[in-house]
Design a binder for this molecule. Sequence first.
Ligand code: ADP
Ligand code: ZN
Length: 642
Amino acid sequence: MTSPEHRPEMSDATQVLQRVFGYDSFRGGQQEIIEHVAAGGDALVLMPTGGGKSLCYQIPALVRDGVGVVVSPLIALMQDQVDALRALGVRAGFLNSTQDLEERRLVEAEFLAGELDLLYLAPERLRVESTLRLLDRGRISLFAIDEAHCVAQWGHDFRPDYLALSALHERWPTVPRIALTATATEATHTEITSRLGLQDARHFVASFDRPNIQYRIVPKDEPKRQLLALLRTEHPGDAGIVYCLSRSSVEKTAEFLVKNGIEALPYHAGLDARTRAENQARFLREDGVVVVATIAFGMGIDKPDVRFVAHLDLPKSVEGYYQETGRAGRDGLPSTAWLAYGLQDVVQQRRMIDTSEGDAAHRRRLADHLDAMLALCETVECRRIRLLDYFGEKSQACGNCDTCLTPPTTWDGTVPAQKLLSTVVRLDRERRGQKFGSGQIIDILLGKKTAKVIQHDHDSLKTFGIGADLGTAEWRAVVRQLLAQGLLTVEGEYNTLVLTEASAEVLGGRREVPMRRDPERAPRAAKSGTSSSRRAAPVDLPEEAVPVFELLRAWRAATAKEQGVPAYVIFHDATLREIATALPTTLAELGGISGVGDNKLAKYGQQVLDALAGDGGEAPVGAGPDPDTLPGAPDGTPGGEG
Ligand code: ADP
Ligand code: ZN
């Protein structure tokens, strides 16, 4: 890439950063990584979502001769990625299975003619000999392997096609390679290194902290209502993702939200490809859409203004959880990661592991993942300390998670644990082929003469009624924590509770069982949430800048619609916020704002200045936000159900 007025005192990389991307300075480790790769070195980059990985290969590709080849599994997002680059004036293209022959030919011709800076490829393309021959005939500046954790079987997104990527180095030994991922456990890191042959590469490991995300894990009670309360009080009109484990709960939850006036769309693998693509496109293109999805949704979604990620079911691993919650707040503004978790989650997941296909080692691995996730849920420590510790990083109490904001208390659960475990023992002895889950055991402890208790003569058990000092919810919390601590487990299709080896230590009085006391109500964020009819979060924007920000958003929505691209491809919220506060009056002033590069200044600069000049503080009639994207529920509307 050549720039007309080369400023020799600045490195090429810095010039590209400022002129093309419109940013003042590099973040974190970007500069070091970029200089290393631009000089021809191999790199493995571990950086959290939102850390700024894309620039780490985009800038070296622009600085070096030839085309940067980017391998990415995110076929559905390639068009948007390429559009976003083209909006910056970068010559980008992609090759994947969604294109017809003619479109592919066109991109291939551009590649061969040296008319591309970046070429995005789906990994399966590289299994095709004709693609390899095509690459042979062009000039490649670097290979970027995005979402590199897909090569690791230990992780949660394994893609067999990624295994073939080790061949890149054999075929093009002098072309530098940069592999990038936002997954950073020791095990995944090691696996990526060996499978991609990156032993001699430089490894750049950034901090994985995401300080703007507030982590909260609450006891699950009525999950849909808890979710609705969260959205209404803290995130009205905000874009967000809600994760559920099953397709049917995705459907039900989306319906429930829609009924309650929230613009929610379902997304799961059972929907046809077109509906999925449409729902994803609306989420990306419109403001304030909520997607309710299975984990099939979200990898590589680079929408910067996702304000919350909510989990209605327990994720299967801390890695997956961190990856999913990391989709919130890429723009660095305050965001929420919220998880509702209960006894049924533990029972269900233990069962799923028991019945899963695969060998004992595989099941062991799943169980280890689950145990780490449960430990995170039950901790009385700062959530962030736990999370970062999982990725091998030491940190301090964060002040921005539920346990920091509302410290939970612990209590000595040894005696209740003994009561419960001995009930399990007695039931096991008398079971005579009968199977009982946690419900029956709790009824026995509480001394409830239910039909089922009487039928099986359980009111004659020695432990009948000895747990009346606790309530049902508390007993459920006891069972949940015993399961989480491995002092109890479930078996068979009726989820029968059975002892583990460690149970004997508790029964024999050789082990204490500290427990977390569930808070009465879900803790609230420290920030005020008074007006629930507040429109989507211009977080921390000065009052007087709000109308200007809304005006700019309306202009952006109209422009994005006209050009058929997501709004953030035009300008990010963060850029609009800065414009609304700085109120530039000249193109030069506007060009100084972060996120306004040369190309966007030339293309949109005058329009923005005109919009600002014509603004009397109120949005002109007809230029307001798209009515389709306004938050649906008027203030105080009661729920549509119940
Ligand atoms: P990742 O791929 O690591 O999740 P991205 O590359 O999408 O992160 O970057 C996250 C956000 O940060 C994007 O909105 C990007 O434009 C912005 N960004 C990246 N680097 C910088 C920088 N040096 N200065 C300002 N913003 C940046
Ligand atoms: Zn904390």
